[in-house]
Ligand binder design. Structure first.
Ligand SMILES: [Zn+2]
Length: 59
């Protein structure tokens, strides 16, 4: 049986918001680039791109 691996990272294709998954809190955390949080546009209907480095199955 293959193990399903949830995505660890997601980036919005529309506004550039960048989240990383936090295992400890079971929630998405907004990535900070230096002092600036990559929050994107708060009104954006985020279009998450998790295909780039998202492989749902472990080899
Ligand atoms: Zn967005």
């Amino acid at each position: 049986m293959a193990t399903v691996i949830p995505p660890k990272e997601r980036v919005c294709e529309r506004c550039g918001r960048h989240d990383e998954w936090d295992d400890e809190t079971d929630a998405w955390l907004i990535v900070s680039d230096g002092d600036e949080k990559q929050v994107g546009n708060p009104h954006c209907l985020h279009e998450w791109d998790i295909n780039g480095n998202y492989n749902p199955f472990e080899d």
